[in-house]
Design a protein around this ligand. Sequence first.
Ligand code: HEM
Length: 735
Amino acid sequence: MSVVDKVKNMVSGEKGRKVAQLDSVSQTVSKDDRITTDFGVKQPTADEWLRVSRDDKTGPMLLEDSYARERIHRFDHERIPERVVHARGAGAFGNFRLFESAEDVTFAPVLTDTSRETPVFVRFSTVQGSRGSADTVRDVRGFAVKFYTQEGNWDIVGNNIPVFFIQDAIKFPDVVHAVKPEPHNEVPQAQSAHNNFWDFVYMHEEATHMYMWTMSDRAIPRSYRMMQGFGVNTFTLINKNGERHFVKFHFTPELGVHSFVWDEALKLAGQDPDFHRKDLWEAIENGAYPKWKFGIQTIPESKEHDFDFDILDATKMWPEDIIPVRYIGELELNRNVDEYFPQTEQVAFCTAHLPPGIGVSDDPLLQGRSFSYFDTQLSRLGVNWQELPINKPVCPVMNFNRDGQGRHQITKGTVNYWPNRFEARPPATLQEGAYLDPPQSVQGIKARTKSAKFRDHYNQAQLFYNSLSPPEKSHVAAAFAFELDHCEDTIVYERMSQRLADIDLELAQNVAEMVGGTKPTKATRNNHGKRAKNLSQTEVQPNKPTIASRRVAIIIADGFDKVTYEAITTTLKASGALPFTIAPRRSEIFPAGVEKMPRNGVQPDHHLEGMRSTMFDAIFVPGGAGSLETLRKSGRAIHWVREAFGHLKAIGATGEAVQLLSQAFALSGVKLSNDNKVVESYGVVTIADVAPDSLKGTVTIAKEGTGFLQKFWYQIAQHKNFDRESDGLSSQVAY
Ligand code: HEM
């Protein structure tokens, strides 16, 4: 799309239309405004309730003060029920662009018209916790996308994990009750690490595949921007010849999939419970707009039964080796919300919101969901929630639905029914864009049962586990060990230890040993040994390594080496990363060789106590004898370095600062530079003698890079150095 077309689209296209619609109900607070009642009457004070009083006595307040009563009354009713699940979330606006038409499988213009830019609103969420819980807990993440298409709203209400705990919507209350805080004491918050959850999933075998995913690194994402989105359920697409395909929707992040290590996630939950929310906000404010490729996996209707799993079963994914993802579009988030409550909180998604050309399938989980969302939104938002600006389509809404609490729309005329003598608002024809339910023959017996393939719960659980990299497998074992350690009931951890032998014997033995269960001696089910593509997140990585939007802490103290500091800061910014200067105090820090006079130094962004290493992706320490002297005597500074090492982050140091690293983790296995050669060892990049040209030149991020910057940037782009963990180095450091 040309720049001119882009501008036109901003103003009058679909994208501009949603912005204009929201702007028409927005206001900006200004000092020219004067405070009024809800009914527009200006008020002389917002501080004093009308009362009977004298200078020497404060008397009773008067009920007559309707303005004061209005203020308290409005405040008393500010809260609405939080979502029963996915209560904690963060949202942003953006747009969806199609680069390849999918007209062979659908006639939905949002998936066929490559000239369109469709405005979207996306809400990411955790599932278990309440609205005020922490972002970084072990949990599934919601990934809900509302496309405001010209043919009506389309919602993909997905997750960052492609499968689910249950096959049939009737079980949803049970799985949610089991995972939420226990009913007697409302403990624990936002965690599956308790008796009830593990008791339930043991008894309910269809959850097996899903809990293997939630025990993996997928459930502790580094950022909403670095996770995949999956529609999970099976939908259908219909083309203009009336042919149907089954479809799964995918969003794949441009930055690749990255996660925390568990200790980091645990600490962040206390140190910065809003970490993900802030990360999304900060990236968008800095112009580092998060992007995802949008893809579809399709299966023609005639091939529905060609697979060894049921393609309508939400506890199964469609292996990409046999059903490749076809990437046809791109989702970008580029605008933060103006106000959280009317936008992120009041947005209401529903799996039944589908434009013509896209349909549901007989997936028994999907069919239940399509009832549940409408229903729950009635108690959360009231009957006219579809009129709230964030939920309103950009195309006209014309029907005979009327009245109800909070109705905004005023429809003129005498007619509120169809058919009517004026032939007003008749149903649309297909040519006019009516929704198409293609005729399908349905047969069977009426019974509470599903097809036989729904009864297999282990093949894909093994497939997932087999496909993980060795570090990912060890994280799964550690996650089970943590979770089951929190279950006090012997029967719960004992049974779960045995159940894992149905998936992998070694995993079961390791977990049993850690949690005090009986160590199984033989596998209770044969492992088929198969693996599949892109289940390990190490395979879902960008084509070219990047450090864009990575937070890098640069630690300095008085007497630091300014030349190196400036070279690193400037080059990080040029590469799209976000450098933050951290020092023992937030007032000015002076480099070596300058007088300690105001404005001779640099103003740090934070001090060492205010932020922790957990909030950054990498750390760098420039040299300077004075700086080293201070930092090496600071337990907190040493802890920063140790913790970054323990959390497998890239660490860079130059000049005297190399000595700080050897003091912090004193490990013979990690090689450090002691001359003018750049040394990279386990993601630690050092150079002891910095020459004027050591930190110059353009940085191409590649494994074979030789200079300090090239090597350090490459390590940051890797996100974590897992060799440090597998070779037993990180576990030797106290952090
Ligand atoms: C494939 C499995 C499922 C996925 C991927 C999924 C995804 C989501 C997401 C992303 C949200 C948050 C929407 C938002 O940001 O506002 C959500 C909320 C919710 N989900 Fe699901 N869900 C699944 C299964 C179910 C089932 C089976 C039910 C019930 C039968 C259900 C009921 C709900 C309810 C009641 C909410 C709260 C909605 C609101 O208050 O607006 N979900 N789900």
